[in-house]
Design a protein around this ligand. Structure first.
Ligand code: GAR
Length: 224
């Protein structure tokens, strides 16, 4: 039986779209049982509706505190029988109540190589800092922001003269590949967590690494 997932989003929902597309292509064996948005203008809502996925708009502004907002979401998620909560550009901090209710069953994607550049401006912060390699991380969610055990990361090179927008687009391309992949690994029971260490059964090192290459940015010149 397909894993029942819920996607929580606040904005454009391009990650949601990549998950919908992976389900449609038949590479992700999951049922998106519910999409929750905390903003009524989130484009993610339109994407879900177009795909025939049930949606709930739960506006955080209508609740007296974070606990009440999270309790409303928990009710909907439990009603829909969701087994995994997928945060995809969901820009609200979750309370301990929410995290404990779905302990070990919440994942998030962050547009930086954690533990660097946590928070809401991961890419802009990395560009501003002057790092040579950016990237994205899929991780389990615990009670500390952007802290949970790391499941997968992708490294994305960029040049110093490139704008945040260009880097963001490149990072998103990789988000759209690793997030559905991680969900499929979870859906097929291949992800094991032991404290901070997460392993995925039957996957090796990336081909580039096993071939003796490694990713360096800027590009090395001949002879190096
Ligand atoms: C993505 O880049 C995601 O990594 C980021 O928000 C964007 C949402 O895009 N999430 C965070 O910054 C969480 N701290 P999307 O709505 O098009 O999927």
């Amino acid at each position: 039986m397909a894993l029942k997932i819920a996607v929580l989003a606040s904005g454009s929902g391009s990650n949601l779209q990549s998950i919908i597309d992976a389900v449609t292509r038949g590479v992700l064996h999951a049922e998106i049982a519910l999409v929750i948005c905390n903003r009524s203008d989130a484009f993610a809502l339109e994407r879900a509706q177009k795909a025939g996925i049930p949606t709930a708009t739960i506006l955080h502004t209508e609740y007296k505190d974070r606990e009440a907002f999270d309790a409303a979401m928990i009710e909907q998620l439990q009603c829909a029988g969701c087994e995994l909560i997928v945060l995809a550009g969901f820009m609200r901090l979750l309370t301990p109540l929410f995290i404990q209710t779905f302990a070990g069953k919440i994942v998030n994607i962050h547009p930086a190589l954690l533990p660097s550049f946590k928070g809401t401006h991961g890419i802009a912060d990395a560009v501003e800092y002057g790092v040579k390699l950016a990237g994205c991380t899929v991780h389990f969610v615990d009670e500390i922001m952007d802290n949970g055990a790391i499941i997968a990361q992708a490294v994305v090179p960029f040049a110093p003269n490139e704008s945040v927008d260009v880097v963001q687009k490149r990072v998103l391309e990789f988000e759209h590949r690793i997030y559905p992949q991680v969900l499929q690994w979870i859906a097929t029971g291949r992800v094991q967590q032991n404290g901070r260490k997460v392993s995925v059964q039957d996957t090796g090192l990336p081909k580039a690494l096993t071939n003796g290459h490694f990713l360096v940015s800027p590009q090395l010149e001949d002879g190096f």
